[in-house]
Design a protein around this ligand. Sequence first.
Ligand code: API
Length: 274
Amino acid sequence: MLAFRKMHGLGNDFVVLDARAKPVDLPESRIRAIGDRHRGIGFDQLLVIEPPTDGSTAFMRIYNPDGSEAQACGNGTRCVAHLLMDEAGSDEVAVQTRRGRLPSYRNSDGTVSVDMGAPMLDWQDIPLARDVDHLHLPIELEVLHDPVAVGMGNPHCVFFVPDAEAVDLSRLGPQIEHHPMFPERTNVEVASLGPDGVLRLRVWERGAGITLACGSGTCATAVAAHLRGHVDASEQPIRIRVDGGELAIQWRQDDGHVIMTGPIATSFLGEMAL
Ligand SMILES: N[C@H](CCC[C@H](N)C(=O)O)C(=O)O
């Protein structure tokens, strides 16, 4: 039996395994089996806590339900940071991911923030297939056109649309995910600016499908909206409404880092037979 924890950030849900004391054998078939919401446990991402190699509190490995490994996961980082902070009796930790060392901290209202680092805006880093203007990608699919590409460690393709609710994301999302412009596939965001200045965002996640919240997608959308002049995310955090609630994102000017803040929760502890 293998002990696990189920956590979520705004309904973006994770199975968390602790492999610090003993490595866990995770072939792709096992990841898919655990991720099966009917025959397994189900998750948007499987997060494996491993020993760090860069002096961080721990390393966090990220898998999608299709078995692929992701470089970044904003909400997952906040959840694992919460665990590590409880464990250390501290309000601050650093979580190492393939994206780098991500400082994370707990706020007085119980929310958890993560410093997701500076966005990657160079075509090779996002990565895109060729040298094109990342602020205006030559991609068009029905109601979706003229997106912004942003790298948060993982690739994002952000479309601004009049009404995010009206987009058939389950049909169009996978087509953009596999667009040849993205050699490593992409996460897909559709966003619209409400009259209250709040961005409404829906996300089709690479390797996972539609999720209730995608932290790195929210960061990428804040950066894209700022660069396009829809919002000013530099002075104070902007609010982004996803299916599962609201996240606050600031694109700090002094160091260019993106800070994401929101709630996290543990739903249960269990043991899996898989
Ligand atoms: N839910 C995650 C994103 C997972 C990333 C994954 N879908 C990919 O890039 O392949 C987040 O909060 O940032």
